[in-house]
Design a protein around this ligand. Structure first.
Ligand SMILES: C[S@@+](CC[C@H](N)C(=O)[O-])C[C@H]1O[C@@H](n2cnc3c(N)ncnc32)[C@H](O)[C@@H]1O
Length: 383
């Protein structure tokens, strides 16, 4: 597929996103990331204590006549997003306290099924210059599917691995976009609300696959497109302002897609580890049983604690295999054999038998538990 509706894939299209969304076929997009106007309603300039002007979001694109006008606008683009989203696709919408509650309510009214609200904790937020409120140090992302029954993509294990083997939580600590990542034109920020690529990286990696179509209806400086391109996804990006489209175009020229081999989700298929002790506990290998080297010349006895005894030394299957081979390390799984019905088989084979018997159902079980044992918030109906 090289086109989506009338638009070639991997392009920025200038125009009002509601009009452009209407031109997309239903059920055609895998993932949507939307960073709509916040409707901040800033009145007047904001100054720091030293009287320098704060670079706040006061762009015309953020101005709406009334709250009702903003709601009407959100209802229109969100309805279209729901129509173009594939049955099993998902959508992320980011916002601040100014708009996210309104957006969330409208999403629920439109029958989106909310999966999480993720808090992007800004590790280096702008201070509250007036000192009249708490430092506003986060934005909220709503992650939702088209409906309750959507079989959405979620790379749970990969996220867990990225989080040092702990379940990825819904509070994401990520710095705001600064330094060389911030696009500047004549020394000025090119876009007042350029999002950090790290944020989009987590969204796209966790909830889409290489080759998927990612849509951004409010593309701005092109952050979603940039990350999608790098991660081997297709994108389609809408933006009303021609200046931002130009910036995004230039930005994309500098992005090199990663090699396909680096984008494979190997963690999702990885089986949990089986230890030699597991085999002994479950009787795949008996305590007191001899293990043999492949040529049968070396023999070790399995002790009750799953260590091996060989020639007066004891240790793990790996340690003893290394000692016999006079190496620093050894892979005992491939070194040791057992006799079964006149056959000599490698203990690695027994490990696979154990995995098939106990761990594959366990993965399924774990997934089932994940979907049943949700937090009270997740259990509550979405609308
Ligand atoms: C919050 S910014 C998005 C910033 C973007 N995520 C980035 O990282 O640069 C919202 C963008 O939506 C654009 N916009 C506002 N209303 C629009 C509309 N009706 N259709 C298309 N784009 C619109 C604005 O010009 C602005 O660039």
């Amino acid at each position: 597929m090289s086109k989506i509706g009338p638009f070639p894939l991997n392009t920025f299209v200038q125009g009002d996103c509601i009009d452009l969304l209407q031109m997309l076929p239903a059920n055609s997009v895998d993932l949507i990331f939307a960073d709509p106007p916040y409707n901040l309603q800033l009145n007047g300039e904001l100054y720091r204590p030293n009287f320098t002007r704060v670079d706040a979001v006061d762009d015309t694109w953020d101005k709406f006549e009334s709250t009702q006008a903003y709601d009407k606008f959100c209802r229109a683009w969100l309805s279209e997003c729901r129509r173009v989203l594939k049955t099993n696709g998902s959508i992320w919408v980011i916002g601040t306290y100014h708009n996210i509650f309104r957006v969330g309510a409208i999403m629920q009214d439109l029958d989106f099924w909310l999966l999480n609200d993720v808090v992007w904790v800004k590790t280096n937020p702008m201070p509250n210059f007036k000192g009249t409120r708490f430092n506003n140090a986060h934005e909220t992302l709503i992650w939702a599917t088209r409906s309750k029954d959507s079989l959405y993509t979620f790379h749970y294990r990969s996220m867990k691995t990225a989080n040092d083997d702990l379940q990825m939580r819904s509070d994401w600590l990520i710095p705001i976009c600064t330094g060389s990542e911030r696009i500047r034109v004549n020394g000025e920020k090119a876009h007042s609300t350029q999002k950090p690529e790290a944020l989009l990286q987590r969204v796209i990696l966790s909830t889409s696959n290489p080759g998927d179509v990612v849509l951004d209806p409010f593309s701005g400086s092109g952050t979603t497109a940039a990350v999608a391109k790098r991660l081997g996804r297709n994108f389609i990006a809408f933006e009303r302002d021609a200046f931002y489209i130009r910036i995004a175009h230039e930005r994309l020229k500098t992005i090199e897609p990663l090699d396909h081999s680096l984008l494979v989700y190997k963690m999702e298929n990885r089986k949990p580890r089986v230890s030699f002790g597991n085999l002994v506990e479950k009787g795949y290998i008996a305590t007191g049983e001899p293990l043999f080297s492949r040529d049968g010349k070396q023999v070790a006895i399995v002790l009750a604690d799953a260590s091996l005894e060989h020639d007066g030394i004891t240790g793990s299957i790996h340690k003893i295999s290394a000692a016999i081979q006079k190496k620093d390390t050894g892979n005992g799984w491939l070194f040791w054999y057992v006799k079964r019905n006149d056959e000599t088989i490698c203990i690695d084979q027994l490990r696979h038998q154990y995995e098939a018997a106990y761990l594959e159902p366990a993965i399924v079980q774990e997934e089932a538990e994940r979907s049943n044992e949700q937090s009270p918030e997740e259990k509550r109906p979405a609308s």
